[in-house]
Design a protein around this ligand. Structure first.
Ligand SMILES: [Zn+2]
Ligand SMILES: [Zn+2]
Length: 375
């Protein structure tokens, strides 16, 4: 297990003694082996060794450590039926919160390219959703899919395959399984095939992913951009430049349109409520705002497309400028104004060298918006 960058920040409780001292203690949070170390902060979480404690800390435990205490401490004796019922409801609510926290954290880590770090968080999500919904519930599928993606990311293809089979089995047994979940399953299967070098099969699954996602969310939705992006990567790998080029252009166009709308919505809010800063609205899920997973996906996809445009597909500078413009909007919405400004200027400079300059005004306007936000 790789060391994380947190140094010695995690709270140690030392090695628990052998023999009797091990009796009654929990299992390692990460691998399920006998827990010999306990988290010194919550004191309800155990690990087989320091590496697993460190991995869990960096992945999710730092965020949920105190939240685990009420969940893992036995409920006090409550005399009345009503109190017991309320206690049980509260416990279930807490588990639901933890599940969604662990799920979104693991998703973000995978999209940030931190596959190994994502695994402990995804295992938490799987454990809590199993406790809440049972082992066959469709609610477990998102956790299985993140585990499969993360395992694929670190080259553990057998494990990825196992997780995907679990997800596939549940989806097959769930007649009313949502199309969104089915499309994500197809993407997971596609990416595993890519990792195995089976590109034809990968294209089949990715095409299914796009078909399902477009029927659920629409042809220009950001949900289908990932499918296009991974297909484009395969065609690039196969030297089929024309089709790769047009798929990357489609990916850019989807995010460009989406972010343009988000920036405009943002501008409207700032106009009508000038006292509101971008920061004060930075709340997950508030209307018109991107979720963190959406941002992570946009960054992953657009940065990769920019690299490819700058290094391999150089013949269309207007497309490169479009990616830069899209990334500048993303940095702006992410409140990274210096970077938004730098990338926006790069887009502007590139466009000025081209005969068609219809986007100049839009980028110019974005730069003004960025400048006014930094004041
Ligand atoms: Zn362990
Ligand atoms: Zn803890």
């Amino acid at each position: 297990m790789r060391k994380c960058c947190l140094g010695n920040a995690w709270p140690k409780d030392g090695i628990l003694g052998g023999g009797d001292a091990l009796e009654g203690i929990g299992r390692c949070e990460v691998c399920g082996a006998v827990g010999r170390i306990r988290c010194g902060r919550c004191r309800v979480t155990f690990y087989c060794d320091v590496d697993h404690q460190q991995a869990d800390w960096g992945s999710i435990h730092e965020q949920i450590c105190p939240l685990l205490v009420p969940i893992r401490t036995p409920l006090p004796f409550l005399p009345s039926e009503e109190e017991r019922k309320r206690g049980a409801e509260q416990l279930e609510e807490r588990k639901k919160q933890l599940t969604s926290l662990a799920q979104s954290r693991s998703q973000e880590l995978v999209l940030d390219g931190k596959a190994a770090e994502a695994i402990p968080a995804a295992l938490h999500a799987l454990r809590f959703s199993t406790e809440l919904y049972g082992p066959d519930s469709v609610q477990l599928v998102p956790a299985y899919l993140v585990l499969a993606l993360a395992s694929t990311g670190i080259g553990h293809l057998q494990e990825a395959s196992k997780y995907l089979s679990q997800a596939e089995w549940i989806v097959l047994k769930t007649p009313d399984c949502s199309i969104a979940v089915q499309s994500k399953l197809q993407r997971g299967l596609g990416l595993l095939c890519v990792a195995k070098g089976n590109f034809e099969q990968a294209l089949y699954h990715l095409a299914n992913d796009i078909y399902l996602a477009s029927s659920a969310f629409g042809l220009k939705s950001t949900e289908i951009s990932g499918g296009y992006f991974h297909m484009a990567n395969i065609f690039l790998h196969q030297d089929k430049m024309d089709i790769a080029n047009s798929l990357y252009a489609e990916v850019t166009s989807i995010w460009h349109a989406f972010l343009l709308k988000s920036v405009q919505a943002q501008e409207q809010i700032l106009k009508s409520q000038p006292e509101m800063s971008l920061l004060s609205q930075e709340r997950e899920g508030s209307e018109g705002r991107m979720t963190r997973a959406q941002k992570a996906e946009a960054f992953q996809v657009l940065s990769a497309v920019l690299d490819i445009r700058e290094q391999t597909l150089k013949q269309q500078p207007e497309e490169t400028a479009r990616v830069l413009h899209t990334l500048a909007m993303l940095h702006y919405l992410n409140m990274d104004f210096p970077r938004a400004h730098k990338v926006g200027l790069k887009a502007l400079d590139l466009l000025k060298q081209l005969p068609q300059q219809e986007s100049l005004e839009t980028i110019d306007h974005l730069l003004k918006l960025i400048n006014s936000s930094t004041k």
